[in-house]
Design a protein around this ligand. Structure first.
Ligand code: ADP
Length: 485
């Protein structure tokens, strides 16, 4: 990997704690592998609670000066960090693809997307406005100011090794918080490369730490039990989110949770079918189906079901599967063997209930964790895909008759993150977008992620929003000041 980087120093293999590049106290390490080739890229330090506590303390100390700076001063550093990420987009993309597997074009897209959060929140640093409220008595003057909440700790998954951290680091650092992150153990290298650039951009020593560790639950406990941490921000499964919420309860810690989804993607009779196929491809097969906003259930109205299935299967069969670093690859490997097994289990379950595979359905000839992009028809509401997130390249097609019926089915899940539908009738569009119990609705589009909009879920998909001017609030406390004159 080093040999293909323009700037090999971006491939950092030590942890970044309190402004120093360090090994674990006990010298232990873990391996980072390339899921497309199965080989070991490098090892990184396997940190524990003691190093994490040091990072948290350094963040607290560094915050004093950082939070005292003007928004414009912090914005200048974040702008520089954004610029450096964009200047090094090719290298950051290659590191990301090597450790995670997504095609290089998608990885570079993720770098731009992640950097966008740093840029956006840097700009927002200047707009953390307070409020004045007319007093309740003649001598009273009421003002509300907003202040950084304190040290923020983050835990993120492997599917967006850069952007999931950038979404959290951006607002935290913009408002003046210290930030300690623990990237997924599958993908620590993208986080470390971000830290290399953050240091170059002039982030003060200790304000940002990257805890590489294979001991996720230990780090989670330190984050939740250390009294200096005032904010926990997590992206991952609903299952782990529940554990962290329980742990954080002891300190009544403010939590942001971006959890699982089970996105419905609805195609109505009046939809532009070619556009719907294009949207379904983007929504379902982006990152090889490994995102929390990927379509998990595709509902197609009876009148267009066969035509849609045929068009979608054709597009899916044409996807070029391969090593993400090879030119033209559109779908990489799955992250690991467990992911392949889950995909196989969901397919088998659909077949056992009378469904059919119309393309794909099995492992790819490339071996390893490569899987053929798949389309299933005749899927029923009792199938596992209706309640569990597949997190893989499987498009299950459900048939429905009426608008009312499909809204009810689409909402019949504990999740409420992203949803999508294709239709042209304006009355229907209005009714359906209002009826879907989801934090995000894509209407006639399969791509909804942007730093300028509030991303987040309802129900068991999460708490809080990331992105947009709303996203900064999660890192702020408000203080009401009552002055008697
Ligand atoms: P995914 O299936 O996307 O990896 P998880 O929720 O299992 O979703 O993991 C998301 C992140 O949370 C990963 O970085 C993982 O290492 C971490 N994690 C898993 N279990 C715990 C835990 N008990 N405490 C803290 N972090 C955890």
């Amino acid at each position: 990997l080093k040999s293909i980087l323009k700037d090999p120093s971006l491939l950092a293999t030590k942890a970044f704690v309190a402004g120093e590049w360090v090994d674990a106290d006990d010298g232990s390490t873990f391996e980072v592998t390339n899921p497309a080739r199965g080989d070991v890229i490098c090892t990184v330090p396997d940190l524990g609670r003691a190093e994490t506590a040091r990072a948290i303390e350094a963040a607290r100390v560094a915050m004093k000066d950082w939070a005292a700076r003007t928004g414009k001063e912090r914005a200048a550093v974040l702008r520089k960090w954004f610029d450096l990420m964009m200047e090094n987009q090719d290298d950051l993309g290659a590191i990301l693809t090597a450790e995670m597997g997504k095609p290089l074009a998608e990885a570079k897209g993720e770098i731009a997307y992640g950097a966008g959060f740093i840029e956006w929140f840097g700009e927002e640093a200047k707009r953390v406005y307070g409020e004045t409220i007319p007093g309740h008595q003649r001598d009273k003057r009421i003002t509300v100011i907003k202040q950084p909440i304190g040290v923020a700790a983050s835990i993120t998954p492997w599917n967006f090794p850069n952007a999931m951290i950038a979404r959290k680091a951006g607002p935290a650092l913009a408002v003046g918080c210290g930030f300690v992150c623990r990237p997924a153990s599958e993908t620590p290298l993208s986080a470390l490369a971000m830290a290399v650039l953050g240091e170059r951009a002039g982030l003060p020593k200790g304000i940002l730490s990257v805890i590489t560790s294979a001991k996720a639950s230990d780090i989670g406990k330190e984050f939740c039990e250390n009294h200096t941490v005032r904010k926990l921000t997590f992206t991952g499964s609903t299952e782990v989110g529940r554990i962290l919420l329980r742990q954080a309860a002891d300190q009544v810690m403010k939590c942001s949770m971006e959890l699982g989804g089970n996105a419905p993607f609805i195609v109505f009779d009046d939809a532009d079918l070619d556009a719907a196929v294009e949207g379904a491809m983007a929504s379902k097969f982006r990152n090889n189906g490994q995102t929390c906003v990927c379509a998990n259930r595709i509902y197609v109205q009876a009148g267009v079901y066969d035509a849609f299935a045929e068009k979608l299967a054709k597009a899916v069969a044409a996807l070029k599967v391969g090593d993400g670093l090879d030119e033209g690859t559109e779908a990489g490997p799955l992250i690991n063997e467990d992911a392949v097994e889950k995909v196989q289990e969901h397919i088998k379950d659909v077949l056992d209930r009378g469904g059919a595979v119309i393309t794909g359905g099995e492992r790819h000839e490339m071996g390893g964790t490569f899987f053929k992009p798949t389309v299933l028809t005749g899927v029923t509401q009792d199938a596992k895909v209706s309640t569990e997130e597949t997190f893989g390249p499987v498009a299950p097609l459900f048939k429905f008759e009426t608008e009312e019926e499909v809204i009810e089915k689409a909402n019949a899940t504990i999740f409420g993150l992203a949803s999508y539908f294709y239709a042209r009738d304006i009355g229907r569009i209005t009714r359906v977008q209002e009826g879907l119990e989801y934090g995000i609705v894509g209407v006639n589009t399969g791509i909804i992620s942007t730093e300028v909009a509030p991303f987040g879920g309802v129900k068991q998909s999460g708490l809080g929003r990331e992105g947009s001017h709303h996203g900064i609030e999660d890192y702020l406390e408000m203080k009401y000041i009552c002055l008697s004159v």
